[in-house]
Each structure stands twice: as C-alpha cells, then as structure tokens.
Design a protein around this ligand. Structure first.
Ligand SMILES: NC(=O)c1ccc[n+]([C@@H]2O[C@H](COP(=O)([O-])OP(=O)(O)OC[C@H]3O[C@@H](n4cnc5c(N)ncnc54)[C@H](OP(=O)(O)O)[C@@H]3O)[C@@H](O)[C@H]2O)c1
Length: 376
C-alpha cells in the first residue's frame, strides 16, 4: 500500500479524489483543518485523517510522514504550493495540484530544475482546467511535427459543462479567483494576458469573443481568460502567439466596462480580503450540467498558413477534474512520473485524458475551423 496525502480532503475535489484512489487499492489520508469535518467525510469510507491547518502545518505533516504522493487541493495555490512543495522535495514525495491560474502554474513550473535535482515529479493543473485544452494542443502539435509543421498561432477554448452542488463557494476557490495574477509579467495584476511574439503581454479579459459550434451542434461563446491553459498551450506548441479563452469568461458589454474598475479596486489589499470573504460565503443553488459534454478546443495556424483544429469531448467538468487528478496521482504512485515540474499532458501525453473518458474529435492538418466572428 502507498500513502497518498490528500490536502483539502473535506473539499469537493479532495473527497472525490480520495474515494477514487481507495478504489484503486491506494491508501488516501485526508488532511484538513477541521477534525470534525474530516471525521464526517471519512466515516464509512475507512480513510485515515490528519488535522493540519494552513500551508505550514500541512508541510510539517508531509515532512514528518513522507507520503509517496501529495495531492494539493487547497487554493489559492500561490499561497499553499510553495511550502508544500518544499516539504515534498525534502521528504521524497511526488506532488500534484489543481492550480488553474497563471500565477500558480508559472510558479510551480519554475521549480523544474530543483525537482529534477531532487528526483521528484511535480505536476500542476491536474484538473479540467489546463489538462483539457493542453491535451488537444499536445495531440495536434505532435501530428503537426510528424508532418514537418511548426505552430505559429494557437487559440485554445475551454467549454466546461459544470453541474453545481448547492453550497458555499468556499475559501479555496474564492481566494484563487480574487488573488489575481501576482508576479506574472506582461501586464497588471488584474489584467488579462496573451502571448505575442513569444512574450506575455496585456490582453482584455472577456476580449476576442468567438462563437464556436461544438461537434454536438451546440453554439457556445468564448472570450479571453488568461488561465494556466495559456502557459500550457504555449509550452506544448512553442508558438509565438497564443491566446486562451473560456466559455466562463465575462462577455457582456456591461461586465467588460465594469470589470477594469472592479479589478483596479482589488489591487488594494483590504478590498481583496473583504472580497474573498464575501465571495467564499456566496451560496449557490444546485444546477444541472448545461450540456451533455464538456469540451476543449484548439485551433492551430502552422507557419505555412495551413490550420488544424481539434476537439476533446469530456464528461461533466467537476467529474473530469476529480478523474484527471486521481489518475495523475495514481500514475505517480506507480512510479510513472519523470523528475521535474510538468503540466499533466506534457508529462503523460494525450492518453491521460482518454484513460478517464475523454474522446478526441477532429484534428486534421487542413481542417476548416468551425468558427464565426472575428479574424484568426
Ligand atoms: N484545475 C481545475 O480545473 C480546477 C477544478 C476545480 C477546482 N480547482 C481549484 O481547486 C481548489 C479546490 O477546489 P474545490 O472546489 O475542491 O474547493 P473546496 O470544496 O472549497 O475544497 C477546498 C478544501 O481546502 C480546505 N482548506 C481551505 N483552506 C484551508 C486551510 N487554510 N488549511 C487547510 N485546509 C484548507 C477546505 O477545508 P474546509 O472543509 O475546512 O473548508 C477544503 O477541504 C480551488 O482552488 C479551485 O480553484 C481547479
């Protein structure tokens, strides 16, 4: 049996990951800040529990126990991953997190050489966010390279179909939303980003809207949203110009007018703390998934001007996050990692998502893009 620490074991994702790992014969240990909630979640499942509140306490627990793998679901990852990864490298543990913001994924990937020296594998972005669109880009660019093509321009679009469980938004998600893009070059802290000529530059959140028609025939709107997928798509394609968009991005004209004002207020620390507290307390009602499938889409323009387009069909968004994270942890527990810091599809290839129910659609080198509105 191999111990896997699941940090945030009482959370939406942590609970699902622990259950999935246990079914596979691994021994998950639920790590959280509240003993009663941990016991409640573990009841009837047989998971072990460990109380540790905050990154420093979780790091101390990892140093003391030296688990084989640590799954970190406690956002904001810009605040928790540093100390937790320090502990993993010292204790000889592999690490996987759910980060989906540009700041946290950049920070983790910057530790590549250190992880190589320690002989440990660090994986960031092991959820629907990052893994879905990255997998399409990896696959298209692998096929393109075999045909002697290099990518000049890439756009990725994430279209999660998300069911909501009734409940609070919670501190981890609220903190991740409000913490913005600390330390990411190319623009202000609460401004969007895209790659132009190989460099990160500012881009309007909600800009460059597109209407896509999924292979199921649904029309969806996406707009720029700089998440970890932006970085993963650039690394996977090596294209000088890359943009990442989401169907969850604010696209209305009013929102786009208000957003810059709201985000400039967030540069003030007390406003940010207040906003995170209010956001964490927001309760949302139960909502069924809006579409039968989630989708990830990538459009690549090669240096010779031809294009390729690919779609990846996936189950509901949160179920995909749990499955991708559990599968990544499982592979690390089996010793299939590679020392260094990686995103999931860069490490395990596009078959990581097909092993959890993903299905690629399209991907021909000269495909016609199903895109309306705006130039490429
Ligand atoms: N990449 C992706 O596609 C993707 C998808 C989903 C989520 N995420 C990210 O993953 C994170 C978790 O999402 P979720 O929906 O699972 O959130 P969640 O249900 O709120 O779970 C978060 C967990 O973290 C724990 N936690 C929060 N602050 C803590 C602290 N200071 N010390 C110890 N534990 C603490 C919570 O414990 P309590 O029970 O005590 O509150 C809970 O167990 C978020 O940051 C979110 O942005 C990424």
């Amino acid at each position: 049996m191999v111990d896997v620490f699941v940090l945030g074991g009482t959370g939406r994702t942590g609970r699902g990951v622990a259950d999935a790992l246990e079914q596979d014969g691994l021994q998950p240990v639920l790590v959280g800040r509240d003993g009663d909630r941990l016991r409640e979640v573990a009841a009837g499942r047989g998971h072990r529990t460990l109380v540790a509140s905050g990154a420093a306490a979780m790091a101390a627990a990892i140093r003391a126990a030296g688990p084989a793998v640590v799954v970190n679901t406690v956002g904001p990852f810009t605040q928790t991953a540093g100390a937790v990864v320090d502990a993993c490298l010292a204790a000889g543990s592999d690490y996987v997190d759910l980060a989906n913001d540009l700041a946290a994924t950049s920070q983790l990937l910057a530790r590549h050489a250190e992880a190589e020296r320690a002989g440990r594998t660090l994986v960031t972005g092991a959820g629907f966010g990052v893994t879905a669109t990255e997998s399409v880009v990896v696959r298209l660019c692998r096929d393109g390279a075999q045909a002697g093509r290099r990518a000049r321009r890439v756009r990725v679009d994430m279209v999660p179909s998300l069911a909501l469980q009734a409940g609070r938004l919670g501190d981890a998600l609220a903190g991740t939303i409000v913490e913005g893009l600390p330390g990411v070059p190319g623009g202000r802290r609460f401004e969007g980003r895209r790659f132009v000529d190989g460099r990160l530059v500012a881009a309007p959140i909600g800009g460059a809207p597109r209407t896509l028609v999924t292979p199921d025939g649904d029309r969806v709107s996406t707009a720029l949203m700089p998440l970890g997928e932006l970085l993963a798509a650039q690394r996977a394609s090596d294209a000088p110009s890359v943009e990442s968009a989401s169907s969850e991005a604010p696209t209305g004209a009013l929102v786009r007018t208000v957003l810059p004002v709201a985000t400039s207020l967030l540069t003030l620390e007390p406003v940010r703390r207040f906003a995170a507290r209010r956001l964490a307390a927001v309760r949302f009602p139960e909502r069924a998934a809006p579409r039968a499938s989630s989708w990830a889409h990538a459009h690549v323009t090669w240096e010779d001007g031809t294009t390729a387009e690919g779609w990846l069909r996936l189950p509901e968004g949160q179920a995909t996050t749990v499955a991708v994270c559990a599968e990544t942890a499982r592979r690390l527990a089996r010793g299939e990692g590679r020392p260094g810091a990686h995103t999931p599809a860069a490490l395990f290839g596009p078959d990581l998502v097909t092993s959890v129910g993903g299905e690629f659609v399209g991907g021909a080198l000269l495909a016609t893009a199903h895109v309306e509105g705006g130039e490429r």
